[in-house]
Design a protein around this ligand. Structure first.
Ligand SMILES: Nc1ncnc2c1ncn2[C@@H]1O[C@H](COP(=O)(O)OP(=O)(O)OP(=O)(O)O)[C@@H](O)[C@H]1O
Ligand SMILES: [Mg+2]
Length: 410
């Protein structure tokens, strides 16, 4: 494989921080060559609430990935999560430059600038301006207007914004861990990049990444996103409910959920008792499995009802390709069945697709955001600026030279 670039994605999540190092080939294929995941403790619902703890988690994840791969991490694509992330559709229209009457790259950029010029409060920051498509002299559905004869060019974009201070706090943590940021990427769009194929994006599809503290939502049609949103609920709520309902510790509740939980109550026996003996003080105690599952099912049903409301608000229409569930919380048994029951559309669970390298560890749904960050980066490097993301092997001569250069020319 001819290597185009080495790039890094760091998923800073509520329950874990995951750093991945990927190699992109000239034809755009991605091979994961480094991985470090550690539990995170400095975030609440996708937002940094403790800088020191978050810096430590990022630092440890980075160090593990470096040790595994032999590369030194200099910069990374990093996700932005949390309920403060919002999206809006914005259009921009320009007259095509008079003497050619043929759409140039400059016309396209001007149209995007106009779309981008929506007023955004000073406490918010633009993360993405995704172009959805162009309207050329009233003709809708144009994907690439370059070179077309026209008088008027209109672009439709999806603008994603986030709380400026939440983003700054995240950036601060990444910088303090010794990593520069290539690009911030909203979590939902990163996850979508990992689990969706082009056909689904064209047809109309929603992705829900059910994490520990949040559900990251993105909806696509005609090949581009038209909505992103974040719900402040996730797997942690299920665990909390079980702990409160059955009067156990959070650790026991988490284990009960993962080992015995299902959202499909039909197969659960009323007399199925589970002995709880993980922690000394709870030795000998039993809990009823049906109770565990009823609590889990009720909370997951509520989460799907919130997703249903979000789909309606976004005006999602038919979504022929349905809802794709990913994230650690999508690993609960019976979750797709419950989703279909509540939403009445096709629902399935997916992990990252088309991953090469280290596949045993990172192809589960919990790694969709991290893989998606690498894909996002790969889209940006292939063709564009070859070599821009080339980092250097740690300790190698090249590595030392580059590190030195870096410190001379920061
Ligand atoms: N087998 C399983 N059954 C049910 N829940 C599970 C299972 N495995 C993991 N989870 C849950 O998945 C959640 C963690 O998911 P994930 O790693 O995607 O979260 P995160 O990215 O750290 O959080 P967020 O995206 O909300 O910031 C936890 O609540 C965990 O209990
Ligand atoms: Mg997550």
């Amino acid at each position: 494989m001819e290597r185009e670039a080495v790039l890094v994605g760091i998923d800073v999540g509520t329950s874990k921080v995951c750093a991945l190092i990927g190699e992109v080939s000239r034809d755009g294929r991605l091979t994961v060559i480094g991985h470090g995941t550690v539990t995170s403790s400095g975030l609440k619902k996708g937002v940094v609430v403790n800088i020191d703890q978050t810096v430590r988690s990022i630092g440890e994840a980075v160090e593990r990935a470096e040790r595994l791969s032999g590369w030194k991490i200099d910069r990374a694509f990093v996700n932005v999560g949390g309920q403060h992330v919002e999206s809006l559709i914005s259009k921009g229209q320009v007259a095509v430059t008079a003497h050619h009457r043929e759409v140039t790259r400059e016309d396209i950029n001007r149209a995007i600038e106009v779309a981008q010029a929506v007023s955004i409060p000073s406490n918010r920051q633009q993360l993405h301006v995704e172009r959805r498509g162009f309207i050329v002299d009233g003709q809708e559905g144009v994907k690439d207007p370059l070179g077309m004869s026209a008088l008027r060019l209109e672009v439709e974009t999806l603008i994603v914004t986030a709380s400026a201070s939440a983003v700054q706090n995240l950036f601060k943590c990444v910088a303090a861990a010794g990593v520069k940021i290539d690009d911030p990427v909203v979590s939902s769009l990163a996850s979508a990049e990992a689990v969706l194929n082009d056909t689904e994006k064209d047809l109309g599809v929603a992705v829900a990444d059910i994490g520990a503290g949040t559900v990251d939502l993105a909806m696509f049609d005609e090949g581009a996103p038209f909505y992103t949103g974040v719900l402040p609920v996730g797997g942690n709520n299920v665990t909390n409910d079980i702990a409160i309902g059955l009067k156990t510790s959070l650790a026991v509740a988490e284990q009960l959920k993962i080992q015995h939980g299902t959202c499909d109550l039909r197969g659960v026996d009323v007399d199925d008792d589970i002995s709880v003996s993980v922690l000394g003080e709870e030795a000998g105690r039993t809990v009823n499995r049906l109770e565990v599952c009823q609590i889990a099912e009720a909370r997951m049903r509520e989460i799907f009802e919130l997703i249903a409301t979000e789909l309606r608000t976004a005006g999602s229409g038919m979504l022929p390709a349905g809802l794709i569930l990913t994230g650690g919380g999508a690993q609960m048994a019976g979750v797709a069945e419950l989703g279909r029951d509540v939403l009445q559309i096709p629902v399935r669970v997916a992990g990252p697709i088309g991953v090469i390298g280290l596949t045993d560890t990172i192809t589960t749904p919990a790694f969709s955001t991290a893989i998606g960050l690498l894909r996002w980066g790969a889209m940006n490097v292939v063709g564009d600026e070859p070599g821009r993301y080339e980092t250097a092997p740690a300790g190698g001569i090249l590595g030392r030279i580059r590190d030195a250069l870096r410190s001379f020319f920061p």
